[in-house]
Design a protein around this ligand. Structure first.
Ligand code: ATP
Length: 228
C-alpha cells in the first residue's frame, strides 16, 4: 500500500520559474527516505505540497487514496492530523512546558486531559526526555528542543512524518540521536521523509534517496544501490 504518490507534479511560484518539474515517485507504508539536492533544488517545496502549505501547479499528489487537490477548507486540518511536520527551527511555544508543547496536537483534537498526560509521558520517555516534562523550551539544548518538536509531530501517530533539515543546527552526535529516533518510527507505523542537504549524513543512513536538481527528480536511489 502506498502512503504517498506524486504523479508528474510541477510547482511554479507566482512570478518564478518551476520550483518542481514533472516529479513522480511513490512512498510505501513504513518506508523511510531522504530528499536531497542543492540549495533551491525544490526540497522544501516538495514537502510543502504534502502538508498543503502549497498546492501543485500541475500534476497530482495522492495521500493514500485521497487526491490532495480535493482537500480544501476544513478538510485541510483533518489532513494535517495525518502528516506530522518537523521544522529546523522547532517552532515550540516558548511560554509552555515541554509536556504542553508535545500534547498540543491532542488538545486541539479535543482528547481527554488524563489520556493526553499519559501519552505525553510515555512518548517523552521514548525520546529520552522523561525528566524534562516541566521544563520550558528555552531551558533545553538544541538537540533536546528538536526532540520535543519531533515528539509533538508524532504524538498523534501520523501516517507520514515530513522533516525539513531536522538536523541543520545540530552537531554530529545530536544528529545521529535524532536519526535513530526517526529510524524507530516506521516500526510504529509512520513513514518518514527527510529533506537534507547533508550528503555525508544521507549516505551514512543507507536509506532510499530522492535526488532533486533544479526541480527535477534526477535520481531515486535504493538502499542497495547506495551501498555500492
Ligand atoms: N514562496 C516562494 N515564492 C517564490 N519562489 C519560491 C518560494 N519558495 C521557494 N521558491 C523558489 O523555489 C525554488 C525551490 O526552493 P525550495 O525552498 O523548495 O528549495 P530547497 O531545495 O528546499 O532549498 P534550501 O536547501 O536552500 O532550503 C527556489 O528557486 C526558490 O527560490
Amino acid at each position: 500500500m502506498s502512503v504517498l504518490r506524486f504523479d508528474n507534479v510541477s510547482k511554479r511560484y507566482s512570478g518564478g520559474k518551476d520550483a518542481l518539474s514533472e516529479v513522480s515517485f511513490e512512498v510505501g507504508a513504513g518506508e523511510m527516505l531522504f530528499i536531497t539536492g542543492h540549495s533551491g533544488a525544490g526540497k522544501s517545496t516538495l514537502l510543502r505540497l504534502i502538508h498543503l502549505s502549497e498546492r501543485p501547479s500541475r500534476g497530482t499528489v495522492l495521500f493514500g487514496n485521497q487526491n490532495l487537490m480535493k482537500v480544501r477548507g476544513r478538510r485541510v486540518a483533518l489532513h494535517r492530523r495525518e502528516v506530522g511536520v518537523v521544522f529546523q527551527d522547532h517552532r515550540l511555544l516558548a511560554d509552555r512546558s515541554v509536556a504542553d508543547n508535545v500534547g498540543l496536537p491532542l488538545v486541539l483534537r479535543g482528547e481527554r486531559r488524563d489520556g493526553i498526560g499519559k501519552r505525553v509521558r510515555s512518548l517523552l520517555e521514548r525520546v529520552g526526555l522523561g525528566d524534562r516534562a516541566n521544563a520550558l523550551p528555552a531551558q533545553l539544548s538544541a538537540g533536546e528542543q528538536q526532540r520535543v518538536g519531533i515528539a509533538r509531530a508524532i504524538i498523534a501517530e501520523p501516517r507520514l512524518l515530513v522533516a525539513d533539515e531536522p538536523t541543520g543546527n545540530l552537531d554530529p552526535t545530536l544528529s545521529a540521536e535524532i536519526m535513530t529516533l526517526f529510524e524507530s518510527l516506521p516500526e510504529h507505523g509512520t513513514s518518514v521523509m527527510i529533506a537534507s542537504h547533508d550528503l555525508a549524513l544521507v549516505k551514512r543512513m543507507k536509506k532510499r534517496v530522492l535526488v532533486l536538481d533544479h526541480g527535477r527528480l534526477l535520481d531515486d536511489i535504493s538502499p542497495e544501490d547506495l551501498a555500492e
